[in-house]
Write a protein that binds this ligand. Sequence first.
Ligand code: B4P
Length: 184
Amino acid sequence: MTRLIFLGPPGSGKGTQAQILAEDLNIPHISTGEILRQAMQEQTPLGIKAQSYVNSGDLVPDQLVQDLVQERLSQPDVKSGWILDGFPRKVTQAVFLEKLLAEMNQGGERVINLDAPDDVVVARLLDRGRKDDTEAVIRHRLDVYRAETAPLIDYYGDRQKLLTVNGDQSQEEVTHELQKIVTS
Ligand code: B4P
């Protein structure tokens, strides 16, 4: 049973690698960023509430993402495992998730910290060029990452759940390292 959480700065390869591994393992890839972007595109109530935050590189309020994660993790396809990509992004979200997983009897999750230096991630994101991938917004997302998300490295390290993988390698090399981890 694989239950994985991907942590890392924007552009470290979380979404890229989570998608590859989820396909390999035939388990759901749950990306809060993707779910929010889809909702924004469809202009659902969630999308309308989220758009100003996402477009400026701020975190969407906890309640919105927590509700969507709770709803997604209550669907039957998660019974065989899951990969969470981009959630939790704050200690408050991690505390929420820990409680939720305990209630759902879904423990044993491992956390992958994909690490890559700022210059590498900025170059990748500028190259991708999504709406929230302008230089000013990327710099802001990195500041938000350092202030809000980086503390999760200690949070999960203290709980002996954390593994750090160097994201500053080719996509194939990162995938290879991750495959070794999930099969160990
Ligand atoms: P996300 O969608 O999670 O976006 P991201 O952090 O920018 O990373 P992503 O996973 O998409 O990119 P990746 O590194 O794979 O979040 C977007 C926004 O949604 C947030 O800013 C926030 O507003 C909101 N949000 C999401 N979750 C939230 C939460 N829990 N709470 C509150 N708000 C939340 O890849 C980037 C690029 O690098 C790609 O082009 C890829 O092809 C390339 N790449 C990847 N690996 C590479 C490699 N090894 N070598 C070269 N290029 C590589």
